[in-house]
Design a protein around this ligand. Structure first.
Ligand code: SF4
Ligand code: SF4
Length: 332
């Protein structure tokens, strides 16, 4: 196993741009940390969860699905160069694994897989959160994991793509199995508070312990800004609309939707089964913590923390889970 410095990784990512469309955490000139291209700013691998919906690389906020003109229908084509996306946390990798299943089960969404097929995924873990604390080692769900040991990134591969890419990296310095095991032990000893919080709240909701009045109360604090949905890596709702483009071509687009919007479920007749704010707030939480347990066999919130970070009124999913447990855990 080898360990690389920031500079060595930057050299590798720059060189691999001839083969891959590389997207990774960068710090823009105004200090914003985001997923971008190497030339957009300084490489910023350390710093914890990257703000913004990490799965947007494969499921962008707005994209053209197809064009129609006198020659017929032209569907969106696969990207010319595969994507290499770096900077996912362990929770992000779980989110992406779920979104892959969402877009690939029952019906295969080619618009998504045009970008996702052949993509290489790099996770980041180790002593690299925004306060220098240890971030859980993913242990899979990606091609390569970069585990920060406080000075360098230990390179761990999990797939053929990952092994082929690691061979193209600088040799760095070698790391013993003992050192890797120590990092692994730190990861194993991390508390699982968020996971337990989400599971506990999920059980209370599923058991019918949370009354409608609670959702009314929570929804009174929602200003329908939609930030929670727009930042969430596992939110997959979208709307479709057609547009007449220049030359009388028709373009069909898809655009992220939000279950916190009044028109989210409004039907053509005008009937709106989710016309009340409390039904929408209930749906945002219930969908991930209860309905998806029935559909997918597990909750579809992986505790990445983004909705709690962006919600201006403090009702991200973990905050709501804490409130549910505090108020309803003891009821029969
Ligand atoms: S913590 Fe919030 S943003 Fe992250 S997966 Fe769960 S619901 Fe989505
Ligand atoms: S971020 Fe908060 S205030 Fe905004 S829509 Fe979501 S729950 Fe409501």
């Amino acid at each position: 196993m080898k360990a690389l410095s920031d500079d060595e990784l930057r050299t590798f990512f720059k060189a691999i741009e001839s083969e891959y469309d590389v997207r990774l955490p960068v710090c823009l000139h105004d200090g914003t940390r985001t997923i971008g291209k190497l030339d957009d700013g300084n490489l910023s691998l350390c710093g914890g969860t990257v703000p913004g919906k990490i799965t947007s690389v494969f499921f962008p906020q707005l994209e053209c699905m197809l064009r129609v003109n006198s020659d017929g229908i032209q569907m969106q084509q696969p990207v010319s160069k595969p994507l290499l996306v770096a900077g996912l946390t362990a929770a992000d990798a779980d989110c992406l694994e779920f979104v892959d299943r969402f877009f690939g089960t029952t019906y295969r969404d080619n618009i998504y897989f045009n970008k996702r097929d052949n993509a290489a995924i790099f996770c980041i873990s180790g002593w690299c959160d925004s306060n220098g604390r240890f971030m859980k080692i993913t242990g899979g769900n990606c091609d390569v994991e970069l585990i920060f040991n406080k000075s360098r990134y230990v390179v761990k591969t999990y797939s053929e793509i990952g092994r082929a890419l690691a061979k193209k990296m600088p040799s760095g310095i070698s790391v013993s199995q003992t050192e890797f095991n120590k990092l692994h032990d730190v990861s194993q000893s991390l508390p699982r508070d968020d996971e337990e919080l989400i599971q506990k709240a999920s059980k209370l909701i599923t058991a019918g312990k949370v009354p409608q009045e609670f959702w009314q109360e929570i929804s009174d604090r929602c200003i329908a800004c939609t930030a929670c949905n727009l930042a969430c890596p596992t939110c997959t709702c979208f709307d479709v609309f057609d547009q007449v483009a220049s030359g009388h071509h028709i373009q069909r687009w898809r655009l992220w939707d939000s279950c916190q919007l009044e028109g989210f479920a409004r039907e053509a007749s005008g009937h709106n089964p989710m016309g009340q704010e409390d039904t929408r707030t209930h749906r945002r939480i219930h969908h991930k913590l209860a309905a998806d347990v029935v559909r997918w066999g597990h909750v579809t919130c992986f505790g990445c923390g983004r909705c709690d970070q962006v919600c201006p009124t403090g009702i991200g999913i973990k905050a709501v889970c804490r409130e549910i447990i505090k108020r309803f855990n003891d009821t029969d």
